[in-house]
Design a protein around this ligand. Structure first.
Ligand SMILES: [Zn+2]
Length: 271
């Protein structure tokens, strides 16, 4: 038990996004929620699966909610929940729902339990709003969310200049070094790689888009909209970077993910 926890108030209010839920017993659910101020929490929502539940559909995954939570000795309990946004457009479109779920999963795997990470919360909130409002920009939004989420977790990709020689990449495109976490210009990538490891070749406009992402925040949109292929290529690159990086840096988090709440494991099933 962390020091000072005895002085904590028995209840807290916060906003959160439901990342996922697990069935518990006959009618309850355990929710994993990324809250803005209290970090990632697990909490029981009692009776939520009964048709007469006062929570109704409010606590579905990917819902942005205002919560009143009671701190229990072993597990928190949701006392009240009000929807702030349910992102109906995302729910009605399978592709958007898959993108949103992947972003929630990334946020989940990047955070440790009960460690506040308001920046990541705000990124996820913003990204869900963007998916809902601009469905046609989904590949761009997801790539940009991944990019910004990694930066928020301390892994800033080097996209403005070559990670090897520091020069701006030329007009002929560039490659991305997973090992170095940054772009590598044509000269460096052809010159024996210099420790750059395996390289991912990128189109020139994808390189341009990445450089733009490096100096803008989520919610902004390029004055010259990116070609769909560039957004997709950037997204595919983020997937590879995350795979590479998480394997290396997030082993402990992955273990936590496999055992989300040791104390709550009994009587739960995925669902
Ligand atoms: Zn270079």
């Amino acid at each position: 038990m962390p020091r000072g926890s005895a002085r904590k108030r028995p209840e807290y209010r916060d906003v959160g996004i439901v990342l996922r839920s697990y069935k518990l017993g006959e009618s309850d659910k355990i929710l994993r929620i990324l809250t803005r101020e209290h970090g990632k929490r697990s909490a029981v929502a009692k009776g939520v699966r009964k048709t007469t539940s006062r929570f109704g559909a409010r606590l579905e995954p990917l819902t942005h909610v205002q919560l009143l939570v009671h701190r229990g000795r072993n597990m928190d309990t949701v006392k009240q929940a009000e929807i702030i946004e349910s992102f109906p457009g995302v729910r009605e479109d399978l592709d958007l729902y898959v993108s949103a779920s992947a972003m929630a999963e990334l946020a989940d795997s990047m955070t440790a339990d009960e460690e506040p990470h308001p920046e990541l919360f705000l990124l996820l909130e913003e990204a869900l709003q963007l998916l809902d409002r601009y469905p046609e920009r989904a590949p761009f939004t997801r790539a940009f969310f991944d990019f910004r989420a990694m930066a928020a977790a301390g892994f800033e990709l080097r996209v403005g200049t070559c990670a090897s020689c520091g020069k701006a990449p030329g007009a002929g495109g560039a490659s991305f070094s997973l090992h170095m976490g940054g772009l590598v210009c044509e000269g460096c990538s052809s010159g024996g790689e210099r420790g750059a490891g395996r390289l991912v070749t990128l189109q020139a406009d994808t390189v341009e888009l990445l450089a733009w992402m490096g100096v803008h925040r989520l919610g902004e949109w390029p004055s010259r909209p990116p070609r769909a292929g560039a957004a997709k290529e950037a997204g595919a690159l983020m997937d590879r970077v995350l795979e590479h990086w998480m394997e290396r840096e997030f082993k402990s988090h992955r273990v936590m993910k496999e055992f989300p709440q040791g104390r709550a494991r009994e009587g739960t099933t995925d669902g």
